[in-house]
Design a protein around this ligand. Structure first.
Ligand SMILES: [Zn+2]
Ligand SMILES: [Zn+2]
Length: 177
């Protein structure tokens, strides 16, 4: 869905869209979109300017492999957003100071307007956590036998013996590059 400045001059544009699984491009992250994501809201032009305001609600579920145990874990997102976009050509530096940064984020659009998918993708990237664990209590993977400690009680921890094979046992071929 594309919001053109010209059309927004005439009327605001409501939206209610569903992104099917995989539609959100998250390729530069470790996350995957595993279920439909719904986005509802409205885009409008701020009166007397060519600044576009997009606000609404995002609801969806992503998935990523836990940093500790490497098992896939769900990451639900259910959030409001309220974003402002100015034309990229405009004088940006001076204008930036006017807006209270704690209340809103200001972005820029090129040319005739704004693509909703780009807005949503950008926003979702900001919501993603830097670290991702399936649960705070996740025990991770045993560095000795490679077993998932959430599932197996391998008991390796106690045997910290210094034999020549330990280095070999610690070596696990990684499934992730
Ligand atoms: Zn985990
Ligand atoms: Zn173990």
């Amino acid at each position: 869905m594309f919001f053109s400045v010209r059309e927004l001059e005439l009327r605001k544009a409501g939206f209610d869209l569903t992104f099917p699984p995989g539609k959100l491009d998250l390729s530069e992250t470790d996350f995957r979109q595993v279920s439909p994501a719904r986005v509802t809201g409205v885009a409008e032009l701020l009166r007397g300017t060519d600044e576009i305001r997009v606000r609404g609600h995002f609801c969806g579920e992503l998935e990523a492999d836990c940093d500790r145990c490497l098992e896939a874990a769900r990451f639900p997102i259910d959030r409001e957003f309220d974003l402002f976009y100015r034309p990229a050509s405009g004088d940006s530096d001076a204008a930036d100071l006017e807006l209270d940064e704690s209340e809103s984020q200001v972005g820029y659009y090129e040319g005739e307007g704004l693509q909703l998918a780009d807005v949503i993708r950008e926003q979702v990237l900001l919501w993603l956590p830097m670290q991702w664990v399936c649960s705070e209590a996740c025990k991770g993977i045993c560095p000795v036998c490679g077993g998932n400690r959430n599932r197996v009680l391998c008991g390796c921890q106690e045997q910290r013996q210094d034999d020549r094979w330990s280095a070999l046992r610690n070596f696990r071929p990684s499934t992730r590059e």
